[in-house]
Write a protein that binds this ligand. Sequence first.
Ligand code: 6PG
Length: 467
Amino acid sequence: MFNTIGVIGLGVMGSNIALNMASKGERVAVYNYTRDLTDRLVQKLDGQSVNPYYELQDFVQSLETPRKIFLMVTAGKPVDSVIHSLIPLLEKGDVIMDGGNSHYNETEQRYDQLKEKGIGYLGIGISGGEVGALKGPSIMPGGDQDVYEKAAPILTKIAAQVGDDPCCVYIGPKGSGHFVKMVHNGIEYADMQLIAEAYTFLRDTLRLPLNEIADIFEEWNQGELKSYLIEITAEILRKKDERTDAPLIDVILDKAGQKGTGKWTSMQAIDNGIPSSIITESLFARYLSALKDERVAAEQILSGPETEKKHFDKNLWIDYVRQALYMGKVCAYAQGFAQYKMTSELYGYDLPLKDIALIFRGGCIIRAEFLNIISEAFQEQPDLPNLLIAPYFSEKLKAYQTGLRKVVCEGINAGISFPCLSTALSYYDGYRTGRSNANILQAQRDYFGAHTYERTDMDGFFHTEWS
Ligand code: 6PG
């Protein structure tokens, strides 16, 4: 019996995707460049239809045609290396799918390279980490639709399900699937940073104990902030260090890593004139955190504000923080979906914004209750310029801006670094300002560089001899 699909790359994600496919009735061929990972997966098997191969040729020949091969290898050159090895073994009509966090530009190059050989190529964003890969990720496939249709029966089966809906939908051409995953990760960075800032205010300004903060996050997760990241943060705050039984969070080093997808999101926005300030500030917050030694030294030199112990109406301020966090998230998602919209027009991706929000409801790291509202907003107005002006959110933020303003002002006066909460507020105020201060910039540019400016009262470009 031929295998119905093959998986190459048997790290945790690849192994779990293979097990997921087998659990949904597929006969799965698996192969890894080194046999150790193959053997490790084989040892875990308990009757699943997962069939190991130790020679790439045997792996390929075991697959029914048109062959469907799912790569879960490290982004970059390893993907090119595997494709190079596969090409001589494949026939026209076969399909290679890249489920790693590849850069969408690289995906587009691989798509073109394989298209010439009649081999289909799908760049597939997979979100949900190890558990998601095993139990159901959010899946963002991009490439030719007819190639997608060959893999759709398997991809929709292994995806997370929300109600009867699989969290998998055809995204668009060429690298669009990896582009959508990239911006998903940018939104993820912003979401994580906003949560970290809310935690800091609760702990350092309201001076709440960790267990009470965990209770607060757990309560928030029952309401409109319901999301995977809020849920796991409550668990993280409760976790005890196995050695000392003290809170584990207090001994985790405050130096954040990143593998690049958030950076790519910011770079693409900057390259294309897209204001992605909150996502970018979340990336810079990680970079600043990495300067740990400098920060420890600077702490002895740089003073903050004189802070007196203030009395706060605890419940009132906890709700201000909830409002602030919700508003920050809405602004971050608004920027992320604006980046989808602007790029879709620029690259001709024709991204299905409503459906992207729908497949983010389950499986992925940013899964959240309010993605239903985001999807409805695009359902009602497909050409919505920005989520901030969707009726539901514009009304909600009219009320919640109080919480965000109070928390940002109080926190900044107390010397807390709020890169994302403060940027979210500035983005909101900037986006709703019809007459901004950019006229000063235009005048300055024309003064020193004769770059000309436009006027509000007549058409054309003007230059003034200022001095
Ligand atoms: C996902 C995650 C995943 C990401 C890791 C690490 O959607 O499952 O976004 O793809 O790579 O979480 O990302 P960073 O190291 O860049 O934080």
